[in-house]
Design a protein around this ligand. Structure first.
Ligand code: TXD
Length: 319
């Protein structure tokens, strides 16, 4: 059986890390694409030269030509501009929308049967635009944010309680922005909901609220520390989990920006919800019951995403 092919559009911090992780996990052959000539080629050569030391087999190619992504099974998009300190994700909208138009055309032409994972910010609006520009079916275009946000939530909980991250399962809904909705009731440690953990006295309500806020600010905390870019190790690991679930038909239930066509009372918008990712792409949206305050927070988050989509439509009337 021929190896799968993974195309990475954008070979910056996340793109390079994605290539290395995909190689380490032997997910397939890898194409690194970027408009900056030399960077994808250099990273491809470097990661190829790591193969003998690590023992993985994969063909890794760097390119600035879309034709090289032809026939890709998975396309992961990080192309665009990241945040600088003081910038919000939404400040990136106009520049990155133009990038999505080019990327969408490249995917439509050379990889129309691929599963596309968008990472570029502002995430929920960019994945919406990328689906439109590429014309791929909604179930084949998703956005990565929820796995990262949940992973951050998990890390903080595990660290606070002094338990293995393996036993923490955290859940974040909504858009990838300041309005994201970390759900304590559906987040568990060895199956025990965090709300019960608070009742048991293992974690104080104040500490939990602090962790929830730190999760919301997770990206900005790293931007503030790095000063020259945004997080890339955890975002790359999160997207690889999604790609792997598709390529191996694992049917993992992962939070991702998925197209909602009526579920959660939302129509025509991409927003973070739990979905099943398998060989069919985004195979099913899992609709969980929300209580009053959770629903309010979710609606607020959806409204923020809808606002960004409206802004996209103003900039690019053909959307
Ligand atoms: O959870 C999430 N979704 C995110 C999103 C978490 C962290 C960062 N997130 C966003 O990912 C971030 O705000 C950016 O929009 C993307 C990519 O972040 P990265 O840190 O990898 O940015 P880099 O290092 O600047 O890489 C972007 C690359 C760079 O090499 C550019 O030359 C290239 O994108 N680029 C392009 N490639 C192809 N085509 C076009 N038009 C293009 N424009 C820029």
């Amino acid at each position: 059986m021929a190896r799968k092919k993974i195309a990475l559009i954008g070979s910056g911090q996340i793109g390079g890390t994605l290539a290395h992780l995909a190689a380490l996990k032997e997910l397939g052959d890898i194409v690194l694409f970027d408009i900056v000539d030399g960077v994808p080629q250099g990273k491809a050569l470097d990661i190829s030269q790591a193969a003998p030391a690590e023992g993985y087999d994969a063909k890794i190619k760097g390119t600035s030509e879309y034709k090289d992504i032809e026939g890709a099974d998975v396309v992961i998009v990080t192309a665009g501009v990241p945040r600088k300190p003081g910038m919000s994700r939404d400040d990136l909208l106009e520049i990155n929308l133009k990038v999505m138009e080019q990327v969408g055309a490249g995917i439509a032409k050379y990889a129309p049967d691929s599963f596309v994972i968008c990472i570029t910010n502002p995430l929920d609006a960019m994945v919406w635009a990328l689906q439109k520009f590429s014309g791929l079916p909604h179930n084949k275009v998703v956005g990565m944010a929820g796995v990262l946000d949940s992973s951050r939530f998990c890390h903080f909980i595990a660290e606070e309680l002094g338990v293995s991250v393996k036993d923490v399962n955290a859940f974040v809904l909504g858009g990838h922005g300041d309005t994201m909705v970390p759900l304590a009731r559906y987040s568990t440690v060895a199956g025990i909901p965090l709300t019960d953990i608070v009742k048991m006295g293992w974690l104080s309500k104040e500490k939990l609220d602090e962790i929830i806020q730190r999760t919301r600010d997770g990206g900005a905390e790293i931007v503030g520390l790095l000063k020259t870019g945004s997080a890339f190790y955890a975002p790359a690991a999160s997207a690889i989990a999604m790609a792997e679930s598709y390529l191996k038909d694992k049917k993992r239930v992962l939070p991702a920006a998925a197209y909602l066509d009526g579920s959660y009372g939302v129509k025509g918008c991409y927003v973070g919800v739990p979905i099943i990712i398998g060989a069919g792409g985004s195979e099913k949206v899992i609709e969980i019951a929300l209580n009053g305050s959770e629903q309010k927070a979710f609606d607020n988050s959806v409204a923020a995403v809808e606002g960004l989509i409206e802004a996209c439509k103003k900039i690019a009337p053909k959307l």
